[in-house]
Ligand binder design. Structure first.
Ligand SMILES: N[C@@H](CCC(=O)N[C@@H](CS)C(=O)NCC(=O)O)C(=O)O
Length: 145
């Protein structure tokens, strides 16, 4: 049996939200390590042993420790092709990379999630863990298949 993916994150972090969202969309079982940034849980020696940069999110899977949210998302998508999170063609995958770089520089995923979530359920799960934008409109949304 495959070991569970474990994600260290904080509820205030949009970068964390991006990976939580991908894990929810993938449909796999995963383990939460929800850290409290206000009580310094991302700065402890224990957490620095996991991620020496002291940043969230961090993914741990078997012997792999990975940080940088978009690298984590790419890994989850590649590791679970059955979730169909990535398109098949190299051209379309390059476009995914393009948006990941663009997003990393300019965007907050919590706004985007309401537009690309596959289901209202997944978006609500995300909202339970993170602060959500007040202006999200769900009533006229078409959920992805
Ligand atoms: N480029 C990184 C950014 C990671 C990052 O800056 N995370 C913030 C939270 S959004 C953090 O850990 N801040 C805590 C700190 O800097 O001490 C990613 O996409 O994962």
């Amino acid at each position: 049996m495959q070991p569970l993916m474990e994600l260290y994150f904080t509820h205030t972090s949009g970068n964390s939200g991006r990976c939580v969202f991908t894990l929810l969309e993938s449909g796999i079982d995963w383990k939460q390590h929800r850290l409290d940034p206000h009580s310094g849980e991302t700065r402890t020696a224990e957490y620095r042993a996991v991620n020496p940069m002291g940043k969230v999110p961090t993914l741990v899977h078997d012997k792999l420790v990975l940080w940088e949210s978009n690298a984590i998302n790419w890994f989850i998508a590649q590791k679970h092709p059955e979730a169909q999170l990535l398109p098949k063609s190299i051209e379309a995958q390059a476009a995914v990379q393009q948006w990941m770089f663009f997003q990393g520089a300019h965007q907050d995923i919590r706004h985007l999630a309401s537009r690309v979530a596959r289901s209202l359920h997944n978006f609500r799960e995300l909202c339970k863990l993170f602060r959500t934008p007040r202006n999200v409109r769900l009533h006229d949304k078409v959920w992805l298949p």
